[in-house]
Design a protein around this ligand. Structure first.
Ligand SMILES: Cc1ncc(C[n+]2csc(CCOP(=O)(O)OP(=O)(O)O)c2C)c(N)n1
Ligand SMILES: [Mg+2]
Length: 379
């Protein structure tokens, strides 16, 4: 391992702001290239159709455990993924299917993971919330809110140790910014100048709690000021704006300056597929639906003359076809063998005990107390 060239924060000046601490508003979006715009649109439609199909599979009891969808976040998903190099690392929370697709993992492997099958991204043992593919550099998939932040920060430290050129992108929801790990991670990343972009995927709800109800500073990107970290807020319903902001953030991180990006969008459905979201007002639901990023981007492409009815329909048909093939792939994939239950849990293999099932005691029962031969204890 290469020697770390800079001591961890020890030689840094603490006098005065080291870097811009507020959002850089008003960046013009780069000239939209029609082919690139259409590619982004195709990706958005694929995520939309994939998630709709995942929801259906869940109600058909094909998918076990929890299942959280990216419906309403498609522009954020594709915009962020367009800014990464294949060698960059991604950490995310449990709302991750679209990101796995964006990282280049095939829809079949993502669907097979939802189905809990051997050909899934995590060999069927992870499910919706725990997709992991070291080759694609998707390092999870975390079910614990904020759980991804410390390991993501550690991965950035590892890159820095090795003088690597990759960066880490660490996604989180708006609700995650009140978790201690958020502050600990951003603080260390700023102190140690780590190559990491933290992204707040602000869908304006943490389960049923709005950002305003949960956060004293609802402009979440402003929290970066506490760490003298550069930050920006972007319209998460605009894939081009997200892509460009993410590129600025990534380039900053590659220069060893961590960045906090906030992309504001909306959640079209419940927190998970089983949540009917009854806590939402009709007005709120209507507002989120009318800002639907897929519909909005299609309208924009039509206005620009890049999309006609026929192309729009063919993009949709192709996405539906791809998703149907993913389902067929998942269905034919076998369930994992019970004997592999403890595989893929630790980095190094541990002895397996296929007879031990979840809930079974880890240790043999303690021996019962030996019969006492003391006779004189009580009179
Ligand atoms: C440490 C921890 N606390 C609570 C939960 C339960 N929980 C699951 S998701 C969630 C809301 C998180 O909201 P946000 O970060 O905005 O992400 P989103 O679901 O909107 O993508 C909560 C409280 C959890 N999984 N982990
Ligand atoms: Mg949220």
């Amino acid at each position: 391992m290469a020697t770390r060239t800079r001591p961890s924060g020890a030689s840094k000046s603490v006098a005065g702001p080291r870097r811009q601490a507020t959002a850089q508003a008003g960046h013009p979006t780069a000239d939209p290239d029609p082919a690139e715009m259409l590619a982004l649109y195709r990706q958005m439609v694929l995520v939309r159709r994939f998630e709709e199909r995942a929801a259906r599979a869940y109600t058909q009891a094909q998918v076990g455990g929890y299942c959280h969808l990216n419906l309403g976040e498609e522009a954020t998903v594709v915009g962020l993924m367009a800014a990464l190099e294949p060698t960059d690392y991604l950490f995310t929370n449990y709302r991750e299917h679209g990101y796995a697709l964006g990282k280049g993992i095939s829809p079949g492997r993502v669907m097979a993971e939802l189905y809990g099958r051997q050909d899934g991204v995590s060999h069927g043992w992870g499910g919706s919330m725990h997709m992991f593919d070291a080759r694609a550099r998707l390092l999870g998939g975390y079910g614990i809110v904020g759980g991804q932040l410390p390991p993501a920060t550690g991965a950035a430290l590892a890159i820095d140790y090795r003088d690597g050129t990759e960066i880490v992108m660490c996604l989180m929801g708006d609700g995650t910014t009140n978790i201690g790990a958020f502050h600990e991670s951003l603080n260390l990343a700023a102190l140690w100048d780590l190559p990491i972009v933290y992204v707040i995927v602000n869908n304006q709800l943490g389960m049923g709690t709005t950002v305003e109800m949960a956060s004293a500073e609802p402009e979440l990107h402003r929290r970066a000021a506490s760490y003298r970290m550069a930050a920006e807020r972007v319209d998460g319903n605009d894939p081009l704006a997200v892509r460009d902001a993410a590129r600025r953030a990534v380039s900053c991180a590659r220069d060893r300056r961590p960045f906090l990006l906030e992309a504001v969008s909306g959640r079209l459905k419940g927190h998970s597929v089983v949540d009917p979201a009854k806590y939402r007002s009709a007005d709120d639901t209507l507002a989120v639906r009318s800002a639907d990023p897929v519909t909005a981007f299609a309208a924009r492409l039509r206005e620009l003359g890049h999309l006609d009815e026929e192309t729009e329909a063919s993009i949709d048909t192709a996405a539906l076809q791809e998703v149907s093939e993913a389902v067929a792939f998942a269905e034919q994939s076998p369930h994992p063998e019970v004997s592999t239950l403890f595989d893929h849990t630790y980095a190094t293999a541990v002895p397996n005990d296929s007879r031990r099932l979840p809930g079974a005691p880890l240790f043999p029962p303690l021996p019962t107390a030996a019969p006492s031969n003391v006779t004189g204890g009580r009179r």
